[in-house]
Design a protein around this ligand. Structure first.
Ligand code: GLV
Ligand code: GLV
Length: 334
């Protein structure tokens, strides 16, 4: 029997269809939002699934999926997956790191610049016909070059942002991370390790690039915001839940933080009215990895992961970017 694979959303058909050499494909023609029940029904019928971060998969969704062996997440962050539940069920999960690093670092930097220099606010002002009221002090923002860039979360994307800041804009780059980078890497990306309070206190611009988990939930809360400079810019390209959005909206509305740029939100695709009401905020709809070339590369990597996880193709049994290979092996051995 050929394995059966479910593809949760329209991705790039020509890339996904490579899977058709090995498996029967159950493609989705239209963008779809699934209930947990619908996810469970789809997963019940297949050996593997290619999914996006909008599909949340945990114990309940896989409870009736005895044949399911592989889930390929088209995205680097995988807080939509309950990895422990998947491992216990012997399901090999994978994500798409590396291929999106530079594209996402580009977006982080674009959002930082748009936020600090008030680009979208300036465009609204122009389109509203306000240019006639121009004064010498209209739309003044904060400098990027020569300022202090803080990076919270120093994975590959954080390092890409550090390089851009240090090498391209002459910034002093500080970072905080659960583990410190090797000295040679710190030197190469031009960043200096500091504790979280120092990072908050010294950053002129703070970019959040850490994975979302119970320990990073609301790490930027009212207390953390109070430690930042009132002139600072905050940019979040990681996951919405890292920031307490109510506290952020309050700080932005009351002059305790100059501006924020958000690509991710706690209630995606819903954005809080308190955020929408603010002028000193740049909002983008989770487009960090959204370049033509990178979105294709992500699907290609997910296809390669899924093929290998199903024991097929040249890397059979060894997906290039598995998340839980050791845990699955241990679950199978026990
Ligand atoms: C997008 O946020 C991703 O994790 O790839
Ligand atoms: C996370 O995997 C990152 O690339 O920052």
């Amino acid at each position: 029997r050929r394995p059966r694979v479910w593809v949760s959303q329209p991705l790039f058909d020509d890339v996904v269809e490579q899977l058709g050499q090995h498996v029967d494909l159950d493609m989705t023609g239209e963008v779809t939002r699934y209930t947990p029940q619908q996810l469970a029904e789809r997963l019940a019928e297949v050996d593997g699934a290619l999914i996006t971060l909008n599909e949340r998969i945990g114990a309940a969704e896989i409870a009736n999926a005895p044949q399911l062996r592989a889930i390929a997440n088209v995205g680097v962050g995988y807080n939509n997956l309950d990895v422990e539940a998947l491992s216990a069920a012997g399901i090999l999960a994978s994500n798409t790191p590396d291929v999106l690093t530079e594209t996402t670092a580009d977006l982080g930097f674009a959002l930082l610049m748009a936020t600090a220099r008030r680009i979208t606010e300036a465009e609204r002002w122009l389109r509203d016909g306000q240019w006639g009221q121009w004064s010498f002090q209209t739309l003044l923002g904060a400098d990027i070059h020569g300022s202090t860039l803080g990076i919270l979360g120093m994975g590959r994307i954080g390092q890409g942002i550090a390089r851009r800041g240090a090498l391209g804009f002459g910034m002093r780059v500080l970072y905080h991370n659960r583990s410190r980078l090797p000295d040679a890497t710190e030197a190469e990306v031009g960043a200096q390790y500091v504790d979280l309070d120092t990072l908050l206190a010294q950053a002129d611009h703070l970019v959040l690039v850490l994975p979302y988990s119970a320990s990073s939930h609301h790490i930027i809360d009212a207390g953390a915001l109070a430690k930042m400079k009132p002139t600072a810019t905050l940019v979040n390209i990681a996951r919405g839940g890292i920031v307490d959005e109510v506290a952020l909206a309050d700080a932005l509305a009351n002059g305790r933080l100059a501006a924020a740029g958000l690509d991710v939100f706690e209630g995606e695709p819903t954005v809080r009215p308190e955020l929408l009401a603010l002028n000193n905020i740049v909002l983008t709809p989770h487009i960090g990895s959204a370049s033509q070339a990178t979105r294709r590369a992500m699907v290609q990597l997910a296809v390669d992961n899924l093929t290998a996880a199903l024991g097929l193709g040249p890397n059979a049994g060894h997906p290039p970017s598995a998340i839980n290979a050791d845990a699955v092996a241990a679950a199978k051995a026990s």
